[in-house]
Write a protein that binds this ligand. Sequence first.
Ligand SMILES: *[C@@H]1O[C@H](CO)[C@@H](O)[C@H](O)[C@H]1NC(C)=O
Ligand SMILES: *[C@@H]1O[C@H](CO)[C@@H](O)[C@H](O)[C@H]1NC(C)=O
Ligand SMILES: *[C@@H]1O[C@H](CO)[C@@H](O)[C@H](O)[C@H]1NC(C)=O
Ligand SMILES: *[C@@H]1O[C@H](CO)[C@@H](O)[C@H](O)[C@H]1NC(C)=O
Ligand SMILES: *[C@@H]1O[C@H](CO)[C@@H](O)[C@H](O)[C@H]1NC(C)=O
Ligand SMILES: *[C@@H]1O[C@H](CO)[C@@H](O)[C@H](O)[C@H]1NC(C)=O
Length: 286
Amino acid sequence: MATKIFILLIFLITLNLQAQAWIQAAYYDSSSSLPVSSVNSALFTHLYYGFAGMNSSNFQLSFRFSDESTVSSFTTTIKRKNPSIITVLSIGLAYGNYSNFSLMASQPSYRESFIRSSIETARLYGFGGLDLSWTWPNTSFDMKNIGVLLYEWRAAINSEPRNSSEPRLLLTISVHYKPIIGANSFPVESIKTNIDWANIIAFDYHVPLKENVTGNHAALYDPSGHVSTDSGIEEWLRRGFLASKLVLGLPYHGYGWKLVNKNDYPNIGEPASGPAQSVDGSMGYK
Ligand SMILES: *[C@@H]1O[C@H](CO)[C@@H](O)[C@H](O)[C@H]1NC(C)=O
Ligand SMILES: *[C@@H]1O[C@H](CO)[C@@H](O)[C@H](O)[C@H]1NC(C)=O
Ligand SMILES: *[C@@H]1O[C@H](CO)[C@@H](O)[C@H](O)[C@H]1NC(C)=O
Ligand SMILES: *[C@@H]1O[C@H](CO)[C@@H](O)[C@H](O)[C@H]1NC(C)=O
Ligand SMILES: *[C@@H]1O[C@H](CO)[C@@H](O)[C@H](O)[C@H]1NC(C)=O
Ligand SMILES: *[C@@H]1O[C@H](CO)[C@@H](O)[C@H](O)[C@H]1NC(C)=O
């Protein structure tokens, strides 16, 4: 499923960040084979490097061996075509088991080590911001601890000793299309208070590995009230989140289903028997 995160375009839905009308950003996935130099950075205001991992014995950031040279030259390469672009280091897993992130977020000393390392790593490699890409925190324990982590992270970023010429680091997070997963709510108040903006993952609503009928995986609106971007955003706003801090994630991938009745016209809601074309049915824009 790495391909599906691989270049995801995100646009700010409303205005007003730092006198800049739009956030036009994308995630670069280092596990893709796309060379960094082929990214047309002139199209973007921000580019995310995905992903820094975390060493589970000391809770500091870590990179796979194969990523070390990519991450150290990323910002320089990206700025060549667009000197004013801001790069952001995203921390997370392309696929994954976040149990060690749960552990990190649960203890003050682990969080401190993680936060300190994240700031040092961002500065070392010339990033202008940090991003948490913990996409499926699905327990109330994790949700609560992420809330605490963001308060401490923001405080550390604000008090980081730095030269006056360097702007403070940005802090962003990527979140589910709606502010709840199962019965557990995201820490809306903490996210609203502490982050510069949240990237909304507004896709993968229906996928062939999970459902045997064809579905629209990134429906913007559904008049019958089924899962859609509109319903998710409404819920974020109803819970007090700020429209000015919402950035909408758009997929640059689609899905193929194998139809049960091969002669059927391919409609939404048609019986299917799993993915077509690739292991999970996903196909990238390229
Ligand atoms: C993780 O940290 C431990 C303790 O500092 C260190 O010994 C180990 O080499 C690190 N692992 C990686 C993959 O960086
Ligand atoms: C979590 O950390 C433990 C201890 O360092 C390690 O053995 C395990 O592989 C890690 N789990 C994952 C999913 O990364
Ligand atoms: C995730 O990793 C933890 C620790 O490494 C392990 O105990 C757990 O079984 C793993 N969970 C899944 C769903 O693989
Ligand atoms: C949380 O997600 C993990 C990995 O997807 C899954 O194994 C676990 O059962 C989920 N827990 C809950 C409470 O939904
Ligand atoms: C501030 O700038 C000086 C000179 O460019 C540099 O040596 C120093 O490391 C910088 N300090 C910080 C905190 O970035
Ligand atoms: C979809 O149908 C196929 C073939 O009948 C079956 O093997 C698979 O388990 C089904 N998948 C789901 C998610 O129901």
